[in-house]
Design a protein around this ligand. Sequence first.
Ligand code: HEC
Length: 193
Amino acid sequence: MIRFPRAKIALAAGLILVAVLTFAWFSINNPGEGERLPETVSFNFHIRPLLSDRCFKCHGPDEKQRKAGLRFDTQEGAFAALHDTLAGNAGVHYAIVPGHPEQSTLVQRIYSTNPDSVMPTPDSHLSLSAFEKKLLERWIEQGARWEKHWAFLAPEKPALPAVGNKKMGPQRNRPFILQKQQEHKAQTVRRSR
Ligand code: HEC
């Protein structure tokens, strides 16, 4: 066995400790680091699940539970004009104004620090994290694009795998078969090792 001088071992241990502590310090000070806002917020992937989890209880398909006549389970409902109820304020406003988070009541409500107006309501014991609020805000800022439920979207034609060669002519399924064969071969080789 190779023997390391004690001083070197102590130095190495010290360096590892410093690295671990530095990492821990950064993790504690940047809790949102792992949750970077996506370049483009996706309705189906980011927004629909949020609305459904945190808002549908009172703004969803159940008419009896619905509050403020506002529903987020349909596009028409989410973009509908809301009537101001405050005396002397006869205008309309909107929960979602595409491209304008600052005019969107939804954004004002989720960021509100007033327990009487913040959404979800405190008594619901539902809440949104800072990251989730940002997602909603950015989605509105990016135009609040509403997508059909993924289950109703036509499947997209997959791109041809980059295997095989171009001379294969009309055998259009060959690349898919080749790709599968290559995957399989890789697995077999791995297993037999
Ligand atoms: C536990 C029930 C409950 C939940 C959950 C809830 N809300 Fe509400 N919401 C209400 C009630 C009650 C009102 C009407 C009273 C008020 O205006 O504060 C309301 C009103 C609103 C309004 C104002 C409507 C208007 O006419 O101006 C918006 C916008 C809103 N909610 C958005 C949301 C969003 C977004 C979520 C999810 C993140 C959510 N709410 C979750 C109960 C709820």
